[in-house]
Design a protein around this ligand. Structure first.
Ligand code: RIB
Length: 309
């Protein structure tokens, strides 16, 4: 049997407070929402869970608060079989939380309070060095300090480990720190913010991806929601359409894409097919409510892929 991929995620863990509403209150106004859901989230944790459900051995490096949510988050990782040796509680800080608002068409708006995620430092990456060195891929997002992201990218480069960065939420970045990065995976609004150019369609996304590559990134994948995704790599520029799925909540779809993509690549699946599979995995996640709890396990995904792939 082929070796199971080893995926390390250096990233965030949040508690998601998802409210379904068809309108937003004006200043000073109180209105009723339709439905509420409480769940485990955070871009890092979501990507770790997607990778685990796709069949990888997953190692999480994260910080949680010393509140009710901290131990619950660690327990959730453990129940899913994710290694938590490097997930620690931080005294005096809350856990990361994310109030999420979902419109009737499944579109989401997310507000993140980073809490303990902001306490994940380069020294914590050093403490996890032996675990990280054994990984097939290290996955990062922007809900932890950017210095920690840059430090980990440099660590991955030094040790020849594949590295994927999801620049979410978008922030001003030092492109030099991402030189030789294997995969940079923003969505349209993140690509627009980081690239400083409009990304309203596939052609604009291509221009933005090419510009990011000129800055030293090896490969760019821009996730385009219902339009699928765009892969731009040396000699490759492919728009990969989405699969038709009845979407009720798109929260966490980008994370589903990244976590599953890391696993498919580590399994040796060719890049373009790995993107197609990740498109389906992400699309399927939008058919359920919430982030992690809407992700498919590998058996369910493979059954869908056998029909639609
Ligand atoms: O990408 C979705 C995630 O963004 C949510 O789980 C929320 O916690 C925020 O991190």
């Amino acid at each position: 049997m082929a070796k199971r991929p080893r995926i390390a995620v250096v990233g965030s863990a949040n508690i998601d407070l998802t409210t379904f509403t068809d309108q937003f209150p004006k200043p000073g106004e109180t209105i009723f929402g339709q439905k509420f859901d409480l769940g485990f989230g955070g871009k890092g944790a979501n990507q770790a869970v997607a990778a685990r459900l796709c069949g990888a051995d997953v190692f999480m490096v994260a910080r949680v608060g010393n509140d009710l949510f901290g131990p619950a988050t660690i327990d959730n990782f453990k129940k899913l079989g994710i290694d938590t040796t490097h997930v620690k509680q931080v005294e005096g800080l809350s856990s990361g939380v994310a109030p999420i608002f979902v419109e009737p068409n499944g579109q989401n708006r997310i507000l993140v309070v980073k809490g303990a995620n902001d306490a994940l430092k380069a020294a914590d990456v050093d403490a996890a060095a032996e675990t990280l060195k054994a990984a097939d891929c290290i996955v990062l997002q922007f809900e932890i300090p950017l210095e920690t992201v840059y430090y980990t990218v440099a660590f991955a480069r030094k040790h020849g480990i594949r590295c994927i960065v999801n620049p979410a939420p978008a922030q001003a970045i030092e492109m030099r720190a991402l030189t030789d990065l294997d995969y940079f995976v923003p969505n349209e609004s993140e690509a627009q913010a980081v690239g400083g150019m409009p990304v309203r369609n596939v052609d604009e996304a291509k221009k933005c991806a090419e510009m990011l590559m000129a800055g030293g990134i090896r490969r760019v994948i821009i996730t385009l929601g219902a339009n699928g995704s765009l892969l731009v790599a040396p000699g490759v520029s492919e728009h990969v359409p989405a699969f038709a799925v009845k979407s009720v909540d798109s929260s966490g779809a980008g994370d589903a894409f990244i976590g599953s993509f890391a696993v498919f690549l580590a399994e040796g699946i060719p890049e373009l097919e790995a993107v197609r599979r990740a498109n389906l995995y992400a699309g399927l996640s939008t058919s359920g409510v919430g982030t992690q709890k809407s992700f498919y396990d590998r058996a369910r995904f493979d059954a869908e892929w056998a029909i639609k792939g």
